[in-house]
Design a protein around this ligand. Structure first.
Ligand SMILES: Cc1cc2nc3c(=O)[nH]c(=O)nc-3n(C[C@H](O)[C@H](O)[C@H](O)COP(=O)(O)O)c2cc1C
Length: 209
């Protein structure tokens, strides 16, 4: 297996941030084809994803799609954007920063085995070259929506996940929605700040075979 993840090797560094290449809008697969082709994949080739693929997946999750208004690829209740996406690979954990379209390195080291252990030991979590962790700052959303905030965060996590899966499909990648995990153990593994709650894990990669 390669020792250097493409995210680091190919990226321009801007201070502490890892700048990502711009998202691409063209492609040969229609949305309808991606919807039809999407399937859950739980076994992956070992190949790391390219920085372009990581950038495209992050953009599909939370990328800025209307610069002036600050709107994103996934809808958000009241445009409050409480969702924070982390990318976990064999090198470490990174936070995706939509406005910078960059990754902020958070933790060094391979946390995937800990994530797998926290997820009922599901091998797809530990074996995928990349795992997205969808988290939310519920309290931030609650300032506007009170008790409905948690519900809205769950809905927003679903929007993000489906964007990511359709984008992955269009890139000939695959993934699976993982909701079966112990929140506390995932939070501990990823060293999430107390204001963030984990909602979804999305292991992603080249489908095996
Ligand atoms: C909310 C939710 C949680 C899920 N959690 C898991 C999980 O923990 N592990 C897993 O292997 N699949 C999980 N799945 C994937 C489903 O098993 C899968 O979507 C279903 O079997 C239908 O197959 P398809 O995605 O290929 O259409 C989850 C799906 C959803 C929507």
């Amino acid at each position: 297996m390669p020792t250097v993840m493409m995210v680091r090797a190919d990226s321009e560094r801007d201070g502490e941030l890892i700048a990502l290449p711009e998202a691409k809008y063209g492609g040969s697969m229609t949305v309808a084809e991606a919807v039809e082709k999407r399937r859950s994949h739980r076994a992956f080739a070992e190949w790391a994803l390219s920085v372009e693929q990581v950038a495209q997946l992050c953009w599909a999750a939370q990328g800025i799609t209307a610069e002036r208004e600050g709107l994103r690829a996934s809808p958000s209740a009241g445009g409050m954007f409480p969702m924070i996406v982390f990318v976990v690979d064999r090198e470490g954990v990174y936070e995706y920063l939509p406005h910078e379209h960059a990754l902020r390195p958070m933790i060094e080291g391979d946390l995937r085995p800990q994530l797998q252990a926290a997820s009922l030991d599901q091998p797809c979590v530990g074996n995928a070259p990349l795992c997205m962790a969808i988290t939310a700052d519920i309290d931030h959303l609650a300032t506007k929506y009170g008790k409905r905030a948690e519900r809205y965060c769950i809905l927003e996590a679903g929007h993000i996940a489906q964007n990511v899966f359709l984008q992955a499909t269009a890139l000939d990648l695959g993934g699976v929605a993982v909701g079966a995990f112990e929140d506390d153990r995932v939070a501990e593994a990823l060293k999430l700040p107390p204001n963030l709650k984990i909602f979804y894990l999305l292991p992603l990669g080249y489908p095996a075979g």
